[in-house]
Design a protein around this ligand. Structure first.
Ligand code: NIG
Ligand code: FE
Length: 418
């Protein structure tokens, strides 16, 4: 029976609940000043003021003194393209010089280049690269990461990527949630006959990944020069029939009615949403589709930010994530993400915290297990070295994560991996 007591925290800061928080409810954080958290066997068992902790419960507990620090749920990065090889800094320079993401893609660059590099890499190389990234994420307070495939583009290569995600999860400590995204780009071999690739995804890749239980979610890049509305609908409908929950890269670069399709198919989430129309957002609300916003991609692509205020005012469940990938957003920086969401998308700091914890958990179907500090949930906790939660954004771009706990095990101490 392993016990940890986090005590004397200047603030425990958490949303409360077993499902995503919609709209202005995202501001309802529970703040316990001079608070403590008792963890037992990987679960949170008690949260209260330090003075109210029952001493008899503390026998044999390892004590973490959080004086002067704040305690949050472990952060959840609910949208990444974690597993890939190679980088594309030359395309970044081209974009800085005025070329667009889509024109680079249409000339054979973009996702296809990362597919080429990822196909050449061994499973072991992909695993090691992703593991290093996960460690860096953990150092910023992240305890769960969603990882999309999509740099394979063939049956074997998509399987390879999904297997790496599964191995990463199995090797711990960070939970890695796997999403099949074979429909990321029309790969070179099928450029002259995209329909053939759509058929491969529907008839071979989806059934195989389902059979081998290599992914929980299925995502499609619904965009000009990628997959159109009808293709996305067919792929996602097939995935649903095989038991996947659905996600869509929706309205990232243009309005492809992705928000509408997400609502129509009762997707768990629609992600990006930079160019979604009002009606699409209304439909998402009606169908309880979580909006996953990725402001660092908008920043990196110099696109207008998603309308976070409109979404929150409409009552949507809004989550935030990094979108870490080698093309449109080569960062998984949590401090930068929090600052961009707050300063450029006008979310309140409270909303940002909910969006990166409980609502991010909702986007990956785990709000009943993680995303808040309350008894019964997994003890996934991030302790930041600052006196109050305003510092998470006020001390802009600075990593203040100090101690990180995953399922009751300390994985980062004093800012370093244990
Ligand atoms: O979310 N849009 C599709 N996927 C990624 C970009 C992938 C890449 O450029 O390699 C995104 O922006
Ligand atoms: Fe993405």
């Amino acid at each position: 029976m392993k016990k940890i007591l986090i005590t004397n925290a200047s603030q425990i800061v958490t949303p409360i609940g077993l499902s995503g928080k919609p709209g202005m409810g995202m501001n309802d954080l529970t703040i316990i000043e001079d608070g403590c958290v008792l963890i037992q066997d990987g679960k949170i068992v008690k949260v209260c003021k330090s003075v109210d902790m029952d001493e008899s419960l503390l026998l044999d507990a390892q004590v973490i003194d959080a004086t002067g620090k704040i305690v949050l749920p472990g952060l959840i990065d609910a949208h990444t393209h974690l597993v890939f090889a190679g980088t594309r800094e030359d395309e970044f320079s081209m974009r800085m010089a005025g070329e667009s993401y889509i024109s680079i893609m249409e000339k054979g660059g973009g996702i296809q280049r990362s597919i080429d590099a990822t196909r050449l890499a061994t499973e072991k190389q992909l695993f090691d690269l992703a593991k290093m990234r996960l460690k860096n994420m953990a150092k910023m307070g992240v305890t769960t990461v969603e990882a999309k495939s999509g740099y394979g583009g063939s049956l074997e290569d998509e399987i390879k990527q999904c297997k790496v995600a599964r191995k990463l999860n199995d090797s711990g400590p960070i939970s890695v949630v796997s999403t099949l995204m074979a429909a990321h780009t029309i790969v070179r071999e099928y450029k002259s006959d995209p329909e053939k690739y759509v058929k491969l995804i529907i008839e071979e890749i989806i059934p195989r990944v389902a059979r081998e239980k290599l992914a929980e979610f299925c995502d499609v890049f619904l965009e000009k020069s990628a997959f159109n509305y009808a293709q996305a609908e067919r792929i996602l409908t097939a995935a649903k029939a095989h038991g996947f929950e659905l996600k869509i890269h929706a309205d990232e670069i243009s309005n492809g009615k992705g928000a509408h399709l997400a609502a129509k198919l009762n997707a768990i989430s629609a992600e990006h949403l930079l160019f979604s129309d009002h009606q699409g957002l209304e439909l998402m609300k009606e169908h309880h589709v979580t909006a996953v916003l990725l402001p660092l991609t908008a920043f990196s692509l110099r696109e207008p930010y998603a309308k976070a205020r409109e979404m929150i005012n409409k009552g949507l469940v809004v989550a935030l994530a990094s979108d870490f990938n080698p093309g449109s957003c080569y960062t998984y920086s949590m401090p930068m993400l929090m600052a961009a969401a707050c300063l450029s998308m006008h979310m309140s700091i409270e909303e940002v915290i909910t969006a990166l914890t409980l609502n991010a958990a909702a986007a990956i179907n785990r709000a009943h297990k993680i995303g808040s500090i309350e008894s019964g949930k997994d003890a996934d906790i991030a302790i930041f070295d600052c006196p109050n939660y305003a510092h998470l954004v006020y001390h802009m771009g600075i990593n203040q994560a100090h101690t990180v706990i995953k399922k009751g095990e300390i994985i980062v101490r004093n800012g370093e991996i244990v």
